[in-house]
Design a protein around this ligand. Structure first.
Ligand code: NAI
Ligand code: MG
Length: 498
C-alpha cells in the first residue's frame, strides 16, 4: 500500500480521507470507485479516496436539505449557540494545527512553515470573525409611504434567511483555508453545505469535516464529498437542491459553473484567477520591495490567485530590483513541504509543472529573456525553479494569461500614466500593489487601478475582516468580510396591514 510510506498518527489522518462525510456518517462512494491522490514531492500515491459522482452528491444534498428542515436542530438553534459552535470549530482547528498543517503540506506540497504561520492562523481568524456574526444578522423595520396612497396603516420589516444549501467547490493551492473561507459564512448564516475539495488535495478537509462533528455542528449541516470536478463538481452545480454555489478556481471552470447555474438561476460567487500588477516607483524602500516582490511571486510556489506575476519597476531602479529579486529566487531552498527548511515546494502535478514551464518557453519564443530559473528540477517530484523573466512584450501571452507558478515578468516603466495603462491592460482584476513614499501618488494609483484590492507598500496583506475578491474576470462577490454574509442570505419583506 503506497500510503504505508507514512506512519501513525499521520497515516491515521490520511486514512480519514478513505470515506466521505454525508449526513453525519462516513461512507464510501455508492459506486465503490476511488481515485488516487499523489504526493507532489515524489509522485507517489498517498491515498485512494472515494470517487463521488452524481448519486453521492444526491445523497449529500438530501442530507443538507434535511438538516435545514424547519424545527430541526440547525434551524431552531439560537444565533448565539450557532456562533459558539463556529468558535468551537476555530478552537479545534487551532488545537489540531499541526495535524492539518502536515496534511496540507503533504497533499499540496506547500512549505509547512506557510501552513503554520499563514494558513492555520488565518483559518482560525476567519472562523472566529464569522463566529461573532450570527447574533448581528438583522433585518430592518421600514417606514413606508404606501399608506398615504391606500389610506391604510402598515408595519413593514425584512427578515434575513439562509439562502439554503450551499455547494462549496474549493481548489488545491490552499485547501484548508479556501474551504474555511466558504464554510464560515455559510455556518454563520445558518446554511447547510456540500463541500467538495479539489481532487488533488482532499485530506485536510476530511479532518476538517470530522472536526465539525466534534464541534457539535449537527449532522448533515456540513457534508464532505470527494470526486473529480467534471463528475462530483458538475453534479453539485447541476443539482436542483443546491441554492448557491461558491467556487474558487480557474476562470474556465467559473464560466462553466455560471452557464450551468443558469438552468435554475442558483446564486453563484466566484473567486477566480489573476494577473496582478506589482508596481514599484523609484522612491520606494527597495529592501521591502524585494521581499514583497519575492513573496508575491514565489509564496505557495506562485500557485496563488493573487500572485504578483507582473512586476513593473520604474526605470532608475529596474536593474537593481530585478537583480536582487533574481538573487533571492536563486537562493530559495526547494524541497519537500514537510521539511521545515523548505522555502518553496513542488508544483501540484507533473502536468501543471509542464504547463508552467511551457509558459516560460512561450515567453522566450515571444522575445522574453530568462534572468534566473526556467527549468524543472532533476529527480523525483514536480519541482520548477523560481523564475524571473524580462523583455516580455506587452502583448505576449505571459503578460496576459495566469501562469499559476513561480514565474514573474519584470517590465520597466517611466511615468505614472504609462504604468497605470500597463497595469490595467488585463482581463483580470484581483490584486495589485504600489510601492512609493509619495502618499498622493499612492492614493491616486489605488483609485485608478482596476482590481478588487490594492496594497500600498506591502503585498498580499489579508485579514478576516477585509473584503477579498475580484473585478473583471477575477470573479463575482467578496469573501472574508461583512458583505459576504449577504451572499449567503435571502431578504424577505413582510408587510402587515394594521
Ligand atoms: P479548476 O478550476 O478546474 O478546479 C478547481 C475546483 O473546481 C476543483 O475542486 C475541481 O474539482 C472543480 N471543478 C473542475 N471542473 C469543474 C466543473 N466542471 N464543475 C464543477 N467543479 C469543477 O482548476 P484546475 O484545473 O485545478 O487548475 C487550472 C488552473 O486554474 C490553474 O493553472 C490556475 O491558473 C487556476 N486556478 C486558480 C485558483 C485560484 O485560487 N483562483 C485555484 C486553482 C486553480
Ligand atoms: Mg480543471
Amino acid at each position: 500500500m503506497a500510503e504505508a510510506q507514512f506512519a501513525p498518527p499521520v497515516l491515521d489522518d490520511i486514512r480519514l480521507a478513505r470515506k466521505m462525510l454525508i449526513g453525519g456518517e462516513w461512507v464510501e462512494a455508492i459506486s465503490g470507485k476511488t481515485f488516487p491522490v499523489y504526493d507532489p514531492a515524489d509522485g507517489q500515491v498517498i491515498a485512494d479516496v472515494p470517487a463521488g459522482e452524481a448519486a453521492d452528491v444526491d445523497r449529500a444534498v438530501a442530507a443538507a436539505r434535511a438538516a435545514l428542515a424547519p424545527g430541526g436542530p440547525w434551524r431552531s438553534m439560537t444565533p448565539q449557540v450557532r456562533g459558539q459552535l463556529i468558535w468551537k470549530l476555530a478552537d479545534l482547528v487551532e488545537r489540531n494545527a499541526e495535524r492539518l498543517s502536515v496534511l496540507d503540506s503533504i497533499d499540496s506540497g506547500k512549505p509547512i512553515n506557510e501552513m503554520i504561520y499563514f494558513d492555520i492562523p488565518f483559518s482560525v481568524d476567519v472562523l472566529r470573525y464569522y463566529a461573532g456574526w450570527p447574533t448581528k444578522i438583522t433585518g430592518d423595520t421600514i417606514p413606508i409611504s404606501y399608506p398615504a396612497r391606500s389610506g391604510g396603516r402598515f408595519h413593514a420589516y425584512t427578515l434575513k434567511e439562509p439562502v439554503g444549501v450551499v455547494g462549496a467547490i474549493v481548489p488545491w493551492n490552499l485547501p484548508l483555508l479556501m474551504a474555511i473561507k466558504k464554510l464560515a459564512p455559510a455556518l454563520a448564516t445558518g446554511c447547510a453545505v456540500v463541500l467538495k475539495p479539489a481532487e488533488q488535495t482532499p485530506i485536510s478537509i476530511a479532518l476538517l469535516a470530522q472536526l465539525t462533528i466534534e464541534a457539535g455542528i449537527p449532522a448533515g449541516v456540513v457534508n464532505y464529498v470527494t470526486g473529480l470536478g467534471e463528475s462530483a463538481g458538475a453534479a453539485i452545480v447541476d443539482h436542483p437542491g443546491v441554492d448557491k454555489v461558491t467556487f474558487t478556481g480557474s476562470v474556465g471552470t467559473g464560466k462553466a459553473i455560471v452557464r450551468s447555474a443558469a438552468q435554475d438561476l442558483k446564486r453563484v460567487s466566484l473567486e477566480l484567477g489573476g494577473k496582478s500588477p506589482n508596481i514599484v516607483f523609484d522612491d520606494a524602500d527597495l529592501d521591502a520591495v524585494v521581499a514583497g516582490a519575492a513573496a508575491g511571486a514565489f509564496a505557495t510556489q506562485g500557485e496563488s490567485c493573487i500572485a504578483g506575476s507582473r512586476l513593473y519597476v520604474q526605470r532608475a531602479v529596474f536593474d537593481e530590483v530585478v537583480q536582487r529579486l533574481a538573487d533571492h529566487a536563486a537562493s530559495l531552498k526547494l524541497g519537500r513541504g514537510l521539511d521545515t527548511a523548505t522555502q518553496m515546494g513542488p508544483l501540484i502535478s507533473a502536468e501543471h509543472r509542464d504547463k508552467v514551464l511551457g509558459y516560460v518557453e512561450i515567453g522566450v519564443a515571444e522575445g522574453a529573456k530568462v534572468v534566473t530559473g526556467g527549468r524543472a528540477l532533476a529527480g523525483e517530484g514536480f519541482f520548477a525553479e523560481p523564475t524571473v523573466l524580462v523583455n516580455a512584450r506587452p502583448d505576449s501571452r505571459i503578460m496576459h494569461e495566469e501562469i499559476f507558478g513561480p514565474v514573474v515578468c519584470a517590465v520597466p516603466f517611466d511615468t505614472e500614466a504609462e504604468v497605470l495603462a500597463l497595469a490595467n491592460n488585463t482581463r483580470f482584476g484581483l490584486g495589485a500593489a504600489v510601492w512609493t513614499k509619495d502618499i498622493s501618488r499612492a492614493h491616486r494609483m489605488a483609485a485608478a487601478i482596476e482590481s478588487g484590492q490594492v496594497w500600498v507598500n506591502c503585498y498580499q496583506a489579508a485579514d478576516s475582516a477585509l473584503p477579498f475578491g475580484g473585478t473583471k474576470e477575477s470573479g463575482w462577490g467578496r469573501e472574508t468580510c461583512r458583505e459576504t454574509l449577504e451572499e449567503y442570505l435571502e431578504t424577505k419583506t413582510v408587510v402587515v396591514a394594521l
